[in-house]
Design a protein around this ligand. Sequence first.
Ligand code: NAD
Ligand code: G6P
Ligand code: MN
Ligand code: MN
Length: 433
Amino acid sequence: GLKVATIGGGSSYTPELIEGFIKRYDEFPLTELWLVDIEEGKEKLEIVGNLAKRMIEKAELPIDVHLTLDREEALKDADFVTTQFRVGLLEARAKDERIPLKYNVLGQETNGPGGLFKGLRTVPVIVDICNDMERLCPDAWLINFTNPAGMVTEAVLRYTNIDKVVGLCNVPIGIEMGIAKLLDVDASRIHIDFAGLNHMVYGLDVYLDGESVKDRVIELLSDPENTSFVKNIDGIGWEPEFIRALDALTCPYHNYYYKSQDMLEKTKKEAEEKGTRAEVVLELEKELFELYKDPDLNIKPPQLEERGGAYYSDAAVRLITSIYNDKRDIQPVNTRNNGAIASIPNDSAVEISSVITKDGPKPLAIGDLPVAVRGLVQQIKSFERIGAEAAVNGDYDKAVLALTINPLTPSDSVAKAIIDEMMEAHKTHLPQF
Ligand code: NAD
Ligand code: G6P
Ligand code: MN
Ligand code: MN
């Protein structure tokens, strides 16, 4: 049989994943799916787990869905482990997004102080999961969606004995789909060469039916309508001179770095007017779970597409299917650099187009990143590495260092002040400090 364990099974994204497994059942004949959660998520697990069962029943597939709070039972002999958990749930995210704003610093889930603190809460849990995997399913692949996916993948590669890990984000696939839409062509005809880091990834070239259309696409990126490839970020639109000279496709998260002031003001304004993104998502989540409770519902409801991670299951299940079948197709994933990008350490995680084999992703070497983007990517990599180190060792000084070198923080003193307030606010989820 084929066994998958999904940690954070109570996530509202679970119907996405189920849809993915149903669609690709022919290539990946899953027999057991174990959805794991914790006491705090028990009710969500129950509701979304029952919808998962109805979806599979409707598809008439012989997949057994198990709901459990016992992680060990779920991991035992698993072939793939996927993670989609959120330590402290959305309440913790709301703090990550609100507290930095008081200091005039961006409050965001995966960037700046919010990204650091999500990492500090999450890394010890993923390390624990990896230690369990070593005992219970040493041959399994770990497919991590849990944010901050870059820092989390970095921590797994450098601080655990699990080497079979792939970090995954829906941003690259979102950009490909978005560009296909802009060019009014089927997404299968678009290919992008991706390289960089999670939420800091660039498209170095973009092809339509194998011919580069980079210049055309770059023109389109000056229009604000065309830069928001995920639901959680409204881009502003690039100055045409800037994006032409950059000569690469940006991702939505670049707005926070190349338009820092505008995005800070915008984030503050939105927090005042309608709440932070976590607060908006809390409402959306309530609505989704009300829908999920309906015993007649047996498909993924379209409302789920209002979440930023829309379509991530496509990325996840196509990755799992390609590993399982040794497909050797090209997909953008977070994997060990191994020299693919010269200016990034070999043992660090990078997000890059890779050939997906049964032995995992083989990153396509690019030589080095263009000079124009190399510095920022290195700075973020240093932030991720030092942040992961701080998280693993409970090292307060390294946490201050990580946040100070992050380009979204103006000074060491501001970094320290934010860290002190956030350490206090999150202390129940930071046992290592
Ligand atoms: P959520 O708040 O619904 O949390 C998901 C579940 O995790 C909850 O049911 C919760 O109880 C559970 N959980 C918390 N701690 C746990 C633990 N120690 N063990 C097991 N389960 C635990 O979160 P969500 O909005 O569905 O997002 C889930 C995760 O996926 C987040 O980390 C989010 O950032 C990430 N995400 C990543 C991408 C990507 O591009 N990689 C896309 C979307 C979401
Ligand atoms: C994006 C990112 C994810 C992020 C999510 C937020 O697309 O790729 O890493 O977590 O969407 O979405 P949300 O709906 O939770 O704000
Ligand atoms: Mn290792
Ligand atoms: Mn992401």
